[in-house]
Design a protein around this ligand. Structure first.
Ligand code: BEZ
Ligand code: MG
Length: 862
């Protein structure tokens, strides 16, 4: 796994010599070493599975290109909102069209439609309306056949009722959606079934994929006869199905679904952790793809007007008679765009922050090299990142110089220019398609560690099999120093806002972010507690130790750590280290006022009548084989009335404490006590492409815990902070500031909007994701300014031309935006005037009529 090997699997091990049945798989073998010797032996089920996988891989390699059959799996998450055929950072249909063209040239017997729109129309259009589905219905799998052949029928029926179930079915058959292009079938992965009703997961611990999910993969294997399956972009839900964390067996759903099918997975190069899980739990060979080029947000409309006034104000002599008039203008201009003008110097700093914020330019087309413009932007972003700290020493480099460098008009003669020239060369070519072709030949795809292009340009060229890196080295010495500085920054900000040092900070830790930063967030949690990692004589992580209080110079701050399921899977040593740090601090013979960890543990131990080892539990995550808090699903479905329901699902999902033995134990009572002591909640932002309104997992984890804290504290919310580490040496923002910044630099910014809408259908889905996620922050924290909804409404719905444009590109997503804004008003996240609300209602009606085919599709207003 660490070297980028494909299909990591466990096929044997040492028996424990007790003669007891092995519970790892369905065969229940007993150990053969009855003489007490711990003998190596293979597990027959796994050995056969490995052989089967190799047979299929050989068959793939031997099949002539013209006979090779490929099943591409697209995703549809969340379902029912114009997300069918979208993936993170990827222009899915353009990428598919390019691939069909290349495969044809390689001799595959595929049909190549005229353009990517045609591919999209065939896949998500076709007869979809007729069947009330989100994509074309390509095949039917009769219930009788499912009943006669599905080996896991009983488990599936227990959860979803008699076959074919109600998801993606007509009552008699499961409907397979997608379209076929010669020897390539492009299908849509069915929903996992819980999205529309996540509360279901709370009431029974069982979980099984739907009839439709199983039937889809069986159809691909048995009916279509695929030689290989290609999962098209980051990411689907197969590899997150329940089962063991590692060493899958036939008792695990991912293995039951994928079995021996060669699995190729296009994966964003910046997401090593979820990528590693795709390898670990679904035997995937990853083929990495580039994230979109970055550019500065810049200023637009009212923002550029006010910048001009502020510049003039700065150039005006103090005491000049022009000043009062100028300040009046600035106040008016600021008010018009919801900016605070009480301190004009601070306003100037805010404008600079907005202007310089890096934003992604649309989506990436698989296999495409970057254009000259995009390379100029990327090199400028890279230079900016270096000068401000990411790469250490550097110098500001203007675009003019970069342009000359790219065109060979200057010779790179400084270390920074040499680096930029290398980056330019690496971005001028793209090997992704070659990587895919090699994988389809069943051949070796060279490995590379995943990471961000600004921090780790070594991820280029993409088109390689990404992997994580050695977890024994994490947190690194650099991360410990950096993490300690970050911890002080968060304490400074919390102190400034609250007037006292926080006793407990709730921190959310992700796997990807720690892999990218060598463990900076783990180090931060350790620093807050006044602890550091302990390494053995081989420099491998061995546990935690305390920093003496005299050296720390402040009290030990308590930390309530919640781990993503991904972190829990990838970083077990770090999970135990954090638990050990909390235990050591709890046991330290120190005065409680200088050690908040101990102070709280003493009180929990009294309150719950438990021992210190239990009272010291501070690291929480999901149950084994479970991921996420489901708060995002509830937000998306809109299926909640009381915000306490959000807290319920959060605590239910994340209520498993991981102690020094690394094992999960459900501890709802202790978690509730710990939540009560929290003074602020916090998460880092480590991926420059992402914002907290871009994907819904920040709301799921940080928003979820914030809502749980508010409930635990009897309705009193704790401040929520974001540690933005994506530019410079990092910056702590309140949640309100972060949402405002992202709204201005992305959701309302014509540069961002046009870059998204260039990809039509998929771009509108990105806008919808931002709007829905923004409402998630209101729901969980209540810290989103009302102007955000007003301006989003004006930009996308009250502007007639824009509304028609997005409704035509992706009517489902456009309708969802309109409905979401109305839902936000109903939930009192903002209070639109009657006229605005009526206009929103009219917009929804118009789009929904169009969706139902009542009115002919509107054309662009002249
Ligand atoms: C993680 O790496 O831990 C993670 C990534 C994306 C969403 C949630 C968690
Ligand atoms: Mg940013």
């Amino acid at each position: 796994e660490l070297d980028g090997g494909t299909q990591p699997m466990v096929f044997g091990g040492r028996s424990d010599a007790g003669g007891e049945a092995c519970t790892g798989c369905s065969r229940q073998c007993t150990g053969s070493a009855s003489d007490g010797v711990r003998a190596m032996q293979s597990c027959p089920e796994r050995a056969e599975a490995m052989a089967d996988k190799m047979v299929k891989l050989v068959a793939l390699r031997r099949a002539a290109n013209r006979t090779r059959k490929l099943a591409v799996v697209l995703f549809n998450f969340p379902p029912n909102g114009g997300a069918a055929g979208t993936a993170q950072f990827l222009a899915v249909f353009d990428s598919l069209h390019r691939t069909l063209v290349r495969l044809k040239a390689e001799g595959y017997d595929v049909e190549v439609p005229a353009n990517s729109d045609e591919v999209r129309r065939r896949v998500i259009g076709g007869n979809a309306m007729q069947y009330g589905q989100e994509a074309n219905v390509h095949a039917f799998v009769p219930a009788d056949r499912i009943v006669a052949t599905e080996p896991y029928l009983a488990e599936i029926e227990q959860e979803w009722g008699p076959a074919p179930g109600k998801f993606q079915s007509d009552g008699k058959n499961v409907l397979i959606t997608g379209a076929q292009f010669g020897n390539m079938f492009v299908g849509i992965q069915p929903a996992n079934g819980y999205e529309s009703d996540p509360m279901r997961l709370l009431f029974d611990g069982r979980f099984a994929p739907t009839h439709a999910f199983m039937a889809f993969y069986r159809w691909i294997r048995n009916d279509f006869g695929a030689h290989a399956v290609i999962h098209w972009g980051t990411h689907g839900s197969l590899e997150f199905m329940p089962g063991k964390q590692t060493g899958m067996t036939m008792s695990c759903w991912p293995e039951r679904i994928i079995q021996d099918l060669p699995n190729i997975y296009l994966y964003a190069a910046n997401n090593p952790s979820e990528g590693v899980l795709a390898k670990r739990r679904s035997g995937a060979t990853l083929v990495s793809y580039l994230t979109p080029a970055l550019t500065n947000s810049g200023l637009y409309k009212g923002l550029s007007d006010i910048k001009a006034s502020v510049d003039r104000w700065r150039a005006t002599e103090p005491g000049s008679s022009d000043l009062p008039g100028l300040e009046e203008i600035i106040r008016e201009q600021a008010e018009a765009i919801d900016l605070d003008s009480s301190d004009i110097s601070q306003l100037a700093a805010k404008l600079y922050e907005i202007e310089r914020e890096l934003i992604p330019q649309g989506l990436h087309v698989f296999g495409d090299a970057e254009s000259e413009d995009a390379r100029i932007d990327m090199l400028a972003a890279s230079a900016q990142a270096r000068t401000s700290g990411l790469g250490g020493a550097g110098e500001a480099i203007d675009r003019d110089t970069i342009e000359k460098l790219i065109n060979g008009r200057i010779v790179p003669n400084t270390p920074v220019l040499i680096e930029l020239a290398k980056l330019n060369a690496a971005l001028s070519v793209n090997h992704e398609m070659n990587g895919l072709i090699r994988a389809l030949d069943g051949r070796y795809v060279p490995p590379v560690a995943g990471g961000d292009i600004l921090r780790d340009p070594e991820i280029l060229p993409t088109g390689r099999n990404i992997h994580g890196f050695d977890p024994f080295r994490l947190p690194s010495a650099y991360a410990c120093r950096d993490g300690a500085a970050q911890a002080e920054r968060i304490l400074d900000r919390a102190l400034e806002d609250a007037g006292k040092l926080p006793e407990t900070v709730a921190m959310v830790l992700w796997g990807t972010d720690n892999l990218k930063s060598e463990g900076a967030q783990v180090a931060q949690a350790m620093a807050l507690m006044g602890a550091k990692p302990r390494f053995d004589s081989y420099s491998r992580l061995a546990g935690a130790e305390l920093i003496p209080l005299e050296q720390l110079g402040r009290p030990r701050v308590d930390v309530l750590v919640t781990l993503s399921g991904v972190f829990r899977d990838l970083l077990p040593l770090q999970t135990r280290m954090l638990a050990e740090a909390a235990l050591l601090a709890s046991e330290a013979d120190e005065p409680p006022e200088a050690n908040f960890v101990r102070k709280h543990s003493l009180s929990y131990s009294q309150e719950h009548g438990c021992d210190m080892a239990t009272a010291a539990l501070r690291v929480y995550s999901n149950a084994e084989g479970s991921y996420g808090a489901n708060v995002n699903l509830l937000i998306d479905s809109g299926g909640w009335t009381d915000p306490n329901e959000l807290a319920d699902t959060y605590e239910k999902q994340k209520g498993y404490a991981y102690g020094v033995d690394g094992k999960p134990n459900r501890q709802p009572g202790l978690l509730a006590s710990a939540l009560k002591t929290v003074d602020c909640a916090y998460q880092n932002l480590e991926s420059v492409e992402l914002g907290i309104t871009t994907i819904d997992q920040y709301v799921d984890t940080l928003g979820g815990i914030s809502r749980a804290i508010t409930r635990a504290k009897g309705g009193e919310a704790a401040p929520v902070y974001i540690g933005d580490q994506t530019q410079g040496s990092g910056k702590v923002r309140s949640l309100q500031e972060q949402v405002a910044l992202e709204t201005r630099t992305r959701t309302l910014n014509p540069v961002w909007i046009e870059a998204q809408l260039k990809y039509g259908y998929e771009g509108v889905r990105q806008v919808e994701a931002a709007v829905t996620t923004t409402t998630g922050w209101s729901a969980t924290t209540g810290q989103v300014d009302p102007w955000v909804y007003q301006r989003i409404s004006e930009t996308y719905m009250l502007d007639e031309a824009m509304r028609q444009r997005i409704a035509e590109m992706n009517p489902r997503a456009a309708a969802k935006i309109a409905n979401r804004l109305i839902e936000a008003a109903e939930r009192n996240f903002w209070q639109p005037d009657a006229e605005t609300l009526a206009a929103l209602q009219a917009a929804t009606d118009a789009i929904e009529d169009q969706l139902e085919g009542v009115a002919p599709p509107t054309t662009m207003a002249a």
